[in-house]
Design a protein around this ligand. Structure first.
Ligand code: BES
Ligand code: MN
Ligand code: ZN
Length: 494
């Protein structure tokens, strides 16, 4: 979707579809009033004909208003004028886009009240996020289902200021889009080597990307991660992405680690057929880390950041690992694999250990579609947060509030570690049904070597089917990119 900012023009000459705001008491925004005047009062007559009060959530679509070139003017009720903040502008813009995307119009102009650069920029972000579609494999879509809108123009008092305010948000939209594309790709197209290749292409933005293959991981002793990929015809990959944007490029970095299970059949502990196709999304953590790194590079974040992706495919063939197998992780700790479907934690065990061993970061945050239990605990709006460090957890919660990527903190009670004690090895990879997300987090904690660390279980939020949020179309959400971009911007830059 082409999104651009435009200066105010003569309302009578306005063409294409328009969306404008109205407030409580049926007051039109200044510019909506100008359009109304150009239309000889056609808009206000239409509004009073349906007793439109400007109440929040109410809209009136005025088709072909007399006296205007515009094909239609969608009047959106905001309610109290003071409630129009940047977050609201973002949502309203996405809603207006959704309402008119298949209307036949190719150009939509949004006029958002006071024309402030910040509101205009956030409206543009709303359109970028809300207009996302994954349609590269559709060859026979009916024309009436295809969006007709090609360009969204956003009116701003100061076009240059709006463009400047939008620059970092455009980088964010690019990152979220990259994540959504990765997560949406089916597993026959996006397997570990292909995933790594797509991330390697981000070097054009100034990122440094290294790819470790199975031989290199074997030399490092990553028996835990490699065990997961044994049953797959596809090679496992570990990807290291670096962005050195701090004034001192040698300063201690911060680190993000993603679970990238390109497909999770469960392995020999095979999942039931029903819904298994969703497990193409089991690389949502790695997808989010990739999108985040893109965003940080695109907006030239003043921070040193490491992103690590553990990319595998969990399949059941004759070479696959079996329940009861014992693997040795890079940390030296041995793991009894009770259930081959608890594979994400096995991948993270080596990816996190490698990360702290090589980079000695200030902290590590991992993202993983780790447990079905987190969906049972929190539903589909919140991801689970686990941390051994209150400051990091508080910063994440603050970034969560600011970004809208919701998080809820859960405990890491040492007593529950009993549930993952093994009879034969240092630890086992499952702890039974009680507190399943917690015992998964406790398992991972054994591989962070005491570093400040947080684990985000995003099994609940990596995709929405269906979505009720205008900026998140059905499917891959891109959850985590916005959260962590905010975390970096608000706490770890400068
Ligand atoms: N990828 C799944 C978790 C998952 C489930 C994500 C549903 C999204 C939706 C993970 O690898 C898994 O299979 N976890 C098991 C763990 C169990 C075997 C201890 C689970 O949650 O059932
Ligand atoms: Mn699994
Ligand atoms: Zn999984």
């Amino acid at each position: 979707m082409q999104v651009e900012f435009v200066a105010r023009a003569d309302g009578a000459k306005a063409s294409g579809a328009w969306a404008v705001l109205a407030f409580e008491g049926a007051t039109l925004s200044t510019e909506a009033a100008a359009l109304d005047q150009a239309a000889g009062g056609a808009l206000s007559r239409a509004l009073s004909a349906v007793a439109f009060t400007g109440a929040k959530g109410k809209t009136l679509d005025v088709i072909a208003p007399a006296g205007l070139d515009a094909s239609r003017v969608l009047v959106i009720g905001v309610g109290d004028a003071k409630s129009l903040d940047a977050a609201r502008a973002e949502t309203l813009a996405a809603e207006a886009f959704n309402a008119l995307k298949t209307s036949g119009a190719e150009v939509l102009t949004l006029d958002f009240a006071d024309g402030s650069a910040e509101l205009a920029a956030r409206a543009a972000l709303g359109v970028r996020l809300g207009s996302y579609r994954f349609d590269r494999y559709r060859t026979t879509e009916k024309p009436e289902k295809k969006p007709t809108l090609k360009t969204v123009r956003i009116v701003a008092d100061d076009v240059a200021a709006a463009q400047a305010a939008f620059a970092p948000l455009s980088a964010l939209a690019d990152g979220v889009t990259f994540t959504r594309d990765l997560v949406s790709e089916p597993a026959n197209i996006l397997y570990p080597v292909e995933f790594a290749k797509r991330v390697k292409a981000l070097e054009s933005l100034g990122l440094v990307v290294e790819i470790l293959g199975e031989d290199e991981m074997a030399k490092l002793g990553m028996g835990s991660l490699l065990g997961v990929g044994l049953g797959s015809a596809r090679d496992s990959q570990l990807v290291v992405i670096r962005w050195n944007g701090a004034a001192d490029p040698g300063a201690q970095p911060i680190a993000f680690v993603g679970k990238g299970v390109c497909f999770d059949t469960g392995g020999i502990s095979l999942k039931p057929a029903d819904g298994m196709e969703d497990m193409k999304w089991d690389m949502g953590g790695a997808g989010a880390v990739s999108g985040l790194m893109l965003t940080l590079a695109a907006r030239k974040a003043k921070a040193n950041v490491v992103g690590i992706l553990g990319l595998v495919e969990n399949m059941p063939d004759g070479a696959a690992q079996r329940p009861g197998d014992i693997v040795t992780s890079m940390s030296g700790q041995t793991i009894e694999v009770i259930n081959t479907d608890a594979e994400g934690r096995l991948v993270l065990a080596d990816a996190l250990w490698y990360c702290q061993d090589r980079f000695k970061p200030k902290f590590m945050v991992d993202l993983a579609t780790l447990t079905g239990a987190i969906i049972i605990a929190l539903g589909n709006d919140y991801a689970g947060l686990f941390s051994n460090n209150d400051e990091l957890a508080e910063n994440l919660l603050a970034a969560s509030k600011a970004s809208g990527d919701l998080l809820w903190r859960l405990p890491l009670p040492a007593g529950y570690e009993k549930q993952i004690e093994s009879m034969a090895a240092d630890v086992k990879n499952v702890g039974g049904r009680p507190g399943g997300s917690i015992t998964a987090a406790l398992f991972i904690q054994k591989f962070v070597n005491g570093l400040p660390w947080a684990h985000l279980d995003i099994a609940s939020t990596a995709w929405k089917k269906p979505s009720a949020i205008a900026t998140i179309p059905d499917g891959a959400t891109g959850y985590g990119v916005r959260l962590l971009d905010r975390l970096v911007a608000d706490f770890y830059e400068g």
